[in-house]
Write a protein that binds this ligand. Structure first.
Ligand code: SF4
Ligand code: SF4
Length: 98
């Protein structure tokens, strides 16, 4: 299949994930989130990892593309509530290009 013809969703569908079931590589400080007015994490993440559910930020870390956008947006437009680190060795996304 010609990778140039793939949609974004189809390209992302090629990728593989090794999910660390034991621990998330993303931590959020819910107290800071409650007083965060802009909540940029909810809109900047291309993988919709962050969602506002029942008055707190739910983090679906298993979908993370490891782009780092959320950390930057939280630090500069949010309330500095995210602590993001690379997944442990062997875990995380494995990009494939068709
Ligand atoms: S941007 Fe940061 S502080 Fe604001 S809601 Fe999201 S994770 Fe919390
Ligand atoms: S690193 Fe990128 S994909 Fe992962 S949670 Fe942050 S914004 Fe979303």
């Amino acid at each position: 299949m010609n990778p140039k013809l793939l949609t974004l969703d189809a390209r992302l569908g090629l990728d593989k994930y090794e999910i660390d079931e034991e621990q998330s590589h993303i931590q959020v400080d819910q107290e800071r989130c409650k007083t965060c007015e802009a909540k940029p994490c909810l809109t900047v993440c291309p993988a919709y990892v962050y969602q506002w559910v029942d008055e707190h930020v739910a983090v679906r870390y298993e979908n993370c593309l490891e782009c780092g956008t959320c950390q930057i947006s939280c630090d500069h437009g949010g309330n500095k509530g995210i602590t993001w680190r690379n997944p442990q060795g062997g875990f995380g996304i494995l990009f494939r290009y068709g």
